[in-house]
Design a protein. Structure first.
Length: 354
């Protein structure tokens, strides 16, 4: 059951806006004791019968990064969706995970994504020689789930362990990720169907440079649209003239309409910022336009509420935000906007709202 969550914020506000994207810090020989703060999420019931989300910070070891030249990811690793079965420190009894709750996919270009049990997540996989693997730029949506019981604790634990992965092993339909300098294991089993990733040579969303520190907006303040400079000559005026309302989401060749009683919107500004409603939460991001109708959408942040009505609204929101983050091309035909993924598959279909 997904319910509406209340956030800790200003006394006069019911919720606050923010985004939480975590960028693990590479190990440093000069400061081996450096620790990275990781946010922990818990949920408690209020006297009024509602629910409140609590966040606390705890220090975890920084994310390891291979100190050797980067190599290609093996075909077997990127060919399947992996489902978490169990985890444990080396030598201890394995802790089983509910079947199908946590998933992991790694693309040939290093993009990592999946579902942590409640929230969708994404990151960068950095392969090295001798099966070394670093995981950086970990980010995820921020929803609250109460069903199944314990899902938020399991998800928080998984994200914390995933951020310290240092190596891997693949054998048949089994994947093992070693975390905390090989002191523990995350055990996965392959899904039934092979993944069909696009050709790496096709244009797509660039991944962050692991050697450059990531910059994110203030998580407590939604960005304001900047005062626009002169737009580029080929800037499509209609992109910013209208507000856009989502009509359908296309996946695997099928178009699914937006749930009745929900509205998903998208509003572009000339200065490179966008915002809208994802059905439950408000969101905001930056965007860049390139030649040949390329678009890059990045640094997506959202407010932090969970909605239970209508049924499926949070799943719809997650699917929309993931598709939005993967948009690579766009097309405008009069009062219709379509966003495409890197394979040029139409994924998001909008109609103009004056």
């Amino acid at each position: 059951m997904r319910i509406t969550g209340l956030l800790i914020g200003c006394a006069a506000m019911l919720f606050t806006a923010g985004c939480s994207e975590k960028t693990p810090t590479a190990s440093s020989s000069e400061d081996p004791g450096n620790l990275s703060p990781v946010s922990k999420l818990t949920i408690s019931q209020t006297k009024a019968g509602g629910y409140r989300r609590h966040r606390s910070s705890e220090a975890l070891p920084p994310n390891p990064k291979p100190e050797i030249s980067q190599t290609e990811l093996p075909e077997q690793l990127v060919s399947f969706e992996w489902n978490l079965e169990s985890h444990a420190p080396i030598g201890e009894e394995l802790h089983p995970h509910p079947q199908g709750e946590v998933s992991l996919r790694i693309a040939p270009n290093g993009r990592l994504e999946g579902n942590g049990g409640c929230n969708a997540y994404f990151a960068r996989a950095i392969p090295g020689e001798a099966n070394l693997l670093g995981i950086g730029d970990l980010g995820f949506t921020e929803m609250a789930c109460l069903d199944p019981e314990g899902v938020m604790d399991r998800e928080t634990s998984y994200f914390s362990l995933l951020s310290t992965v240092s190596s891997y092993a693949v054998e048949g339909d089994r994947l093992t990720l070693f975390y905390d300098d090989d002191r523990g294991v995350l055990n996965f089993i392959a899904g039934d169907e092979a993944l069909d990733w696009p050709n790496d040579e096709e244009p797509g969303m660039p991944l962050p440079n692991p050697n450059e520190p990531a910059e994110f907006p203030n998580p407590d303040v939604p960005p304001e649209f900047p005062i626009p400079e002169e737009p580029r000559p080929d800037f499509p005026d209609s992109l910013v003239t209208f507000d856009w309302r989502l009509e359908t989401v296309s996946t695997a060749g099928q178009s699914v309409p937006v749930l009745p009683g929900t509205e998903i919107t998208l509003d572009f500004a000339i200065g490179g910022e966008l915002r809208g409603s994802a059905g439950c939460n408000s969101y905001f991001a930056g965007y860049e336009l390139g030649e040949d109708a390329h678009i890059l959408i990045q640094r997506i942040g959202t407010t932090r509420m969970a909605c239970g009505d209508p049924d499926g609204v949070m799943d719809q929101e997650s699917q929309y935000l993931i598709a939005l983050s993967q948009a690579t091309f766009f097309a405008i035909d009069k009062e219709r906007l379509t966003l495409f993924d890197r394979e040029r598959n139409a994924t998001l279909h909008f109609t103009a709202v004056e």
